[in-house]
Ligand binder design. Structure first.
Ligand code: SAH
Length: 348
């Protein structure tokens, strides 16, 4: 595979253009074209000779929208193809305040959570900063968005992969995504979800990218958490909470916990009480979601009535919590489901 031009910051594009003997305005045209979601060959403002030179070094298209699936609720799910043929997935969800795109950060995942489809075949490889960014550039362009009036207004790093297991590339991606010369999406409109890599949570607090830090908690004790999340053997819930408090102290941003409700696993009255004890008084929010059942997994979602009962208990206990509606479940909405079914189809 050749290099990915979308990896580069505007500064680096300027250096590149100048090293190839191009005037400064060509750098701006190139970066504009990239930000508009164009492949190098499609940037009509650039002379062919310059584009041909770039194409000796860089992939023309880092990420291609291969298939789009539309849910009855308007959610769109994408299969993307990378330059080396790997397949990743993403989602675009419409809300009153705008459109949120969920992006993948790795091909597969090695965290091994028992409820998640992304990790079924382990980690294939990390995505480069530009491969993460290009998912957004392509979708923004496909829905008529520009830099000034974006079709994608919010971004969540909640697709396949563990963002903090691909730390340097994810940080570079976030810098490029939030840069003024690029799509210029505010960190306030970005959420990063981690299964709780505590050392990276501390490091990220120093990066000066004050986004919405989200931690996949899903349990209230370390031993129960380890049943479905192997990472719990490495970092304890107490260590996660300390790292979250540090993030709040450094950034002033409230943090969020993801809690997927799994029948018979994590949503008894006792769990609600323990969650309240853990989180009460902390500057945080709890996002509940009923498990999206994955074919290859045996875990079951809790029923809707019990989910609302659990939410009620948390609220009564003084926590800020919401039960997210399950969207796009008719199109394999959960992490990694679409890619897993695509790969299975190819193998049949
Ligand atoms: N690796 C990161 C990013 C994945 S984000 C993380 O673990 O946070 C996706 C969120 O959906 C995580 O909270 C994850 O635990 C959760 N999730 C994964 N599979 C799910 C499923 N089948 N049903 C409900 N939530 C799921």
């Amino acid at each position: 595979m050749k290099a990915i031009i979308q990896d580069l910051s505007f500064e680096q594009i300027k250096e590149l253009a100048s090293s190839l003997g191009q005037p400064a305005f060509r750098a701006r045209q190139l970066y504009e074209g990239i930000t508009q979601g164009k492949d190098i060959s499609q940037i009509s403002t650039l002379p062919n000779s310059f584009k041909e030179r770039l194409l000796t070094e860089f992939e023309d298209c880092a990420v291609k929208i291969k298939e789009v699936f539309e849910s009855s609720d308007g959610t769109k799910k994408f299969l993307f193809e990378l330059a080396d043929g790997n397949i990743i997935e993403g989602v675009l969800m419409s809300y009153k305040y705008g459109n949120t795109q969920c992006v993948s950060t790795q091909v597969g995942c090695r965290m091994g959570c028992k409820f998640c489809a992304s990790t079924l075949n382990g980690l294939i490889r990390n995505l480069s900063p530009g491969e993460i960014l290009s998912q957004i550039l392509k979708v923004n362009a496909a829905y008529g968005g520009t830099k000034e009036k974006r079709a994608v207004t919010n971004v969540v790093l909640m697709g396949s992969g563990e963002p903090f297991d691909n730390y340097a590339n994810v940080v570079q991606f976030l810098k490029n995504l939030t840069s003024q010369e690029g799509l210029n999406i505010s960190p306030r409109n970005i959420s990063l979800s981690t299964c709780g890599l505590v050392d990276k949570m501390y490091a990220f607090a120093e990066e000066n990218i004050p986004l919405n830090l989200t931690v996949s908690l899903h349990q209230t004790t370390d031993s129960e958490r380890a049943r479905t999340m192997p990472i719990a053997n490495k970092w304890s819930i107490a260590e996660i909470l300390q790292a979250c408090d540090n993030y709040f102290a450094k950034t002033g941003r409230r943090y969020i916990f993801e809690y997927s409700l799994i029948e018979g696993e994590n949503c008894d009255r006792r769990h609600a009480e323990e969650l309240i004890n853990l989180l009460k008084g902390r500057p945080c929010h709890v996002n509940l979601i009923r498990l999206n059942e994955v074919n290859e997994r045996t875990l079951k979602a809790t029923d809707e009535k019990s989910a609302y009962r659990f939410l009620g208990l948390l609220e009564k206990g003084g926590l800020s919590a919401t039960l997210r509606r399950q969207i796009g479940s008719d199109i394999g909405g959960a992490c990694g489901q679409l890619r897993a079914s695509y790969i299975k189809k190819q193998g049949d």
